[in-house]
Each structure stands twice: as C-alpha cells, then as structure tokens.
Design a protein around this ligand. Structure first.
Ligand SMILES: [Zn+2]
Ligand SMILES: [Zn+2]
Length: 198
C-alpha cells in the first residue's frame, strides 16, 4: 500500500511522492505538498521582490553620485554602446523630422557661439580669423580629444597665445579641454608640454 501524508497547507491526503524530499523531517518529506510549496515560494518571491525593489529605490535616492558614476561605467561598456548606436539609428529612422529640428537648432547655436568667440578674439586684438567649418574639421580630426591630455576637448587653444602675437587662423588653433586650456595660460604649446612633463 502507498504511504499517504496530509498536507499541512491544503489538508489533502496525498501519496508521499507528492511531497518534496527534506532530510530534516522524520519521514524525509516536507510538510507542504509540491503544489502548495510552489505557491508558497512564488508568494515569498513576490513579497520579497517588492521589498528588494523598495530598498534599491531608497539606495538610489540617497546615493545619486554613486548611481551617476555607475551609470556612466555601464554606458561605456561595448554592449551598451552598441545598444545606444542601434537606438540612435532607429530613432533617426522613426523621427527624421525631430532629428532635423535638433540638428538645425544645434547648428544655429554653434554658429552663434562661434561668432561670439570670434568677436571676443577680435576684442583682444587677434589677427586673422577662421570659419566654424574649419574649427569643426579640426575637432573631428582630433576626435574631439584634447591635444594635451585624453579628456574631451571643448575649447579652442591658440598654440601661440594671442597675447604673444599668435593669430586666430586655424593653423594656430588646436582642440583642448577646459582644464588644460586654463593651466596653459600664456605658454606656447611647446612650453606647456614641457611644463606638463616636469
Ligand atoms: Zn497542499
Ligand atoms: Zn586636456
């Protein structure tokens, strides 16, 4: 005769093999039947996932800087870069009008910034000039990277400073990060590079 056991949860009388094995009990089986056990585990998981989610949200709220640097790191992984690339491609296909509008806006603000900079250089007595296209070409040529370090270049550096008779022609201009550009001051590019090596 098959052994019968009563489930502690649903109270059904079931054959012993309807209960999971558990060595810690006398009869070597769990108190709950397989079905009840499954249900119980699912509920436990659902209950705890909410708790865990709440904990994660709380942590994120209290550590915004950590989350930011963590995101940055994740976004730099090849997998995420590929994801962004594909996302961008799809976005371009789905919303060509939005993309065009953003680009027009960016170009407009680029050219406004450019003429603002040129005006500033002229005010400082600079000889010569360069076009926005020449500057953008230069940026692309250097991969938008500072010529003195590896940071992103956001500023124009005059290899020979204006104050020492350097011109504002594109030949005298290289992309530099804000930090290098500020520490370079009135040094020439050569002087700055040897100053960096000290
Ligand atoms: Zn049961
Ligand atoms: Zn730099």
């Amino acid at each position: 005769m098959k052994e019968i056991k009563v489930c502690s949860s649903c109270s059904l009388r079931l054959p012993l093999d309807s209960f999971n094995r558990a060595t810690k009990y006398k009869d070597g089986r769990q108190h709950k039947c397989r079905e009840c056990n499954k249900k119980y585990q699912k509920e436990w998981y659902l209950h705890n996932i909410d708790k865990r989610k709440a904990e994660v949200l709380e942590y994120r709220k209290n550590n915004p800087d950590k989350v930011k640097s963590w995101r940055k790191k994740i976004n730099q992984t090849p997998k995420m870069k590929e994801y962004f690339r594909i996302y961008q491609l799809n976005y371009r296909k789905l919303h060509p009008d939005r993309v065009r509008a953003t680009e027009a806006k960016r170009n407009q603000s680029d050219s406004r910034k450019h003429s603002f900079r040129l005006k500033e250089y002229r005010r400082r007595g600079a000889v010569g000039s360069h076009s926005l296209e020449e500057w953008l070409d230069k940026l692309n040529k250097y991969g938008h990277t500072c010529v003195y370090c590896d940071l992103q270049a956001t500023t124009r550096d005059h290899k020979i400073p204006l104050i020492r008779g350097g011109t504002n022609f594109i030949e005298n201009i290289v992309p530099a990060c804000f930090s290098c550009n500020s520490s370079k001051g009135a040094k020439t590019d050569g002087e700055f590079i040897s100053w960096l090596k000290k």
